[in-house]
Design a protein around this ligand. Sequence first.
Ligand SMILES: Nc1nc2c(ncn2[C@@H]2O[C@H](COP(=O)(O)OP(=O)(O)OP(=O)(O)O)[C@@H](O)[C@H]2O)c(=O)[nH]1
Length: 342
Amino acid sequence: MDKLEMQDYGTTREEIERTLRYALDIVSDGIWDWNIRTNHVKRSPGWYSMLGYPPDSLPEDVDTWKSVIHPGDYERVMRNFQAYLDGDSLIYAEDYRCRSRDGNYLWVSDHGRFVEFDETGQPTRMIGAHRNIHQRKMASLELQRKNEELLALNRTLEDLVAARTEALRQANEALAQQVEAATRLSETDPLTQLSNRRHFERNLHGEWQRFQRHGHATALLMFDLDHFKRINDNHGHPVGDRALAAVARSLRAALREEDCFARWGGEEFIVLLPDTDLAAAAHLAERLRLLVAGADAELPEALSASFSVAAMRAGEEIGPLLKRLDDGLYRAKQRRNCVESC
Ligand SMILES: Nc1nc2c(ncn2[C@@H]2O[C@H](COP(=O)(O)OP(=O)(O)OP(=O)(O)O)[C@@H](O)[C@H]2O)c(=O)[nH]1
């Protein structure tokens, strides 16, 4: 046995209690010892000095304790203390604020337990210890406050980011719409609302490349209104404009969605016909020729147009293809109001 184990802690009740107090003094800042039967409470000098009082300067009963508890903590402390007294809770341990002599409140940690019982098992004595946890508690409350501040800031930031994201989405959407409108405008002939020449040429190039790869029959159809100068001269330019728009409207309705119908220039139009061979293109041209005559152009005389159709040929570049088509139109113009296949 070493020296420590051989230490004599005393055997009488007083000696044991003295040893207990020493131990409690070491691990706590103040001790209370409550005789439940007499309601007498003995408090250690440490307990008094913790709250700034001279030793034994306050009444030695439970009311002294109750009178120093912060009103905001009082109800909780009493409820839990009573639960321990009633046997509903196995421990009594509470953190709360105690009023010091200078009027300031001090955070303490209070633990207590029954240490003696009568012959019926009723507790007759309870001992407890207070620990001054003020600094730790204040630091933790400050931390909690900072955390809440950060959380609130975070939420504000999240709201801000969400609002900005939504504003950005709306701006992007508006921009996309503007781009779409601008693109449509840049591809459209303003008088007839058909594709313009630039848009047509881009489509023609795409279809021509497709033809090179797959060899699907693809045709072109071109027409020019006959004696249009006479229309302008007889009825005025605005009437001529309306007639051009009416022809465009009427023929557009007769074409498929995938046919690119464009104003090639002046009173000359062109149609790109995917998946269409020469015979089908000529047949369509005949139909369109009749539609030109029936277009609601608000003119006393009927309109007519001369047509040329050509199918793409393997190995033929776009330039020669258009030249062939143009030559066909020239030939058609010799007779007018007819269809020339080439
Ligand atoms: N109103 C109007 N007329 C246009 C427009 N573009 C071209 N024209 C007219 O179309 C007429 C074309 O005349 P020409 O090239 O001599 O041909 P044409 O009178 O149709 O005779 P043919 O083609 O030989 O049958 C000109 O008078 C142009 O001013 C337009 O946007 N609006």
